[in-house]
Ligand binder design. Structure first.
Ligand code: IPE
Ligand code: IPE
Ligand code: MG
Length: 258
């Protein structure tokens, strides 16, 4: 089992005015469509355009990683037709965007249980990940059939397998080891979490990774999320004091010494 160190101790982020990693729950597509008397799926199509724009704004603003919640492990509960259209949109977005992402130096990865997707979709994901694997300008992580609980369970299973094989002992299990088996263990945890669509909940998105992330909720519906909405979120972030358990005075001293 390869153990990677917890990426970038949280306290290294104290001084950051621009979030290095943003994680977004892209919510509100259905309501956006409903307001326009359109089918929910029209909202998802508009949502894909918003994804494209948001990636560009983030690259432009110096963000280094973006994690987007595209489909949760609970979204299978939706009507079969909506699920099927979401899967088709995923395939077509991968087809049309991969070369553009590659040209911009973006590395794309899909996190989540992709084993249940169609062969076609799995191939598109593999192709996209392979084509962009060596890019290092920006990391784009798409959470598809992802659940924060699923992530912790799959990491625990891998650790248990190592334990059963006699490769580790119970005392070897610590935060770093669990972290190393979670999705995107090589990328620092999100600095800023944004949820569009007005709900103030995590909906089983990144549970472990959001432990010290700054949370931002906006009523803007995902298809309407634009550069100024992103700027609002980033401006709000820049005014926060991240404390990681220290006192405000300790943090003020650390940042003035830095
Ligand atoms: C988010 O928008 C997209 C997915 C969950 C795939 P919704 O489809 O949840 O939109 P609302 O919440 O119904 O408006
Ligand atoms: C969260 O949105 C999942 C995604 C955006 C992919 P939902 O619309 O599924 O969340 P709930 O059901 O309102 O909590
Ligand atoms: Mg929703």
């Amino acid at each position: 089992m390869t153990e990677t160190r917890t990426p970038v101790p949280d306290t290294e982020n104290l001084n950051r005015l621009v979030p290095m990693h943003i994680a977004i729950i892209m919510d509100g597509n259905g309501r956006w469509a409903k307001k326009r008397l359109l089918p929910r799926t029209a909202g998802h199509t508009a949502g894909v355009k918003s994804v494209r724009r948001t990636v560009e704004y983030c690259v432009k603003k110096g963000v280094k990683a973006l994690t987007l919640f595209a489909f949760s492990s609970e979204n299978w509960r939706r009507p079969a037709e909506e699920v099927s259209i979401l899967m088709q949109l995923f395939v077509s977005a991968l087809e049309s965007e991969v070369q553009k992402l590659h040209k911009q130096g973006i590395r794309l990865r899909v996190i989540g249980d992709t084993s249940v997707f169609s062969v076609k979709l799995r191939r598109k994901i593999e192709d996209a990940e392979r084509i962009t694997a060596n890019n290092d300008r920006f990391d784009l992580l798409i959470a598809a059939n992802y659940g924060g609980r699923w992530d912790i369970v799959q990491a625990t299973r891998k650790i248990c397998a190592e334990f059963s094989a006699g490769n580790i002992e119970a005392d070897d299990i610590n935060e770093d080891l669990l972290q190393s088996q979670l999705s995107f263990s090589d990328i620092p945890h999100p600095d800023l979490f944004i949820r569009t669509g007005g709900e103030s909940r995590i909906s089983n998105f990144l549970l472990w990774h959001l432990a010290y992330t700054e949370l931002y909720f906006t009523p803007v519906l995902w298809p309407d999320f634009n550069e100024s909405a992103l700027e609002d979120a980033m401006h709000d972030f820049s005014k926060r004091q991240r404390r990681f358990g220290y006192t405000g005075e300790q943090i003020a001293q650390m940042t003035s010494n830095a």
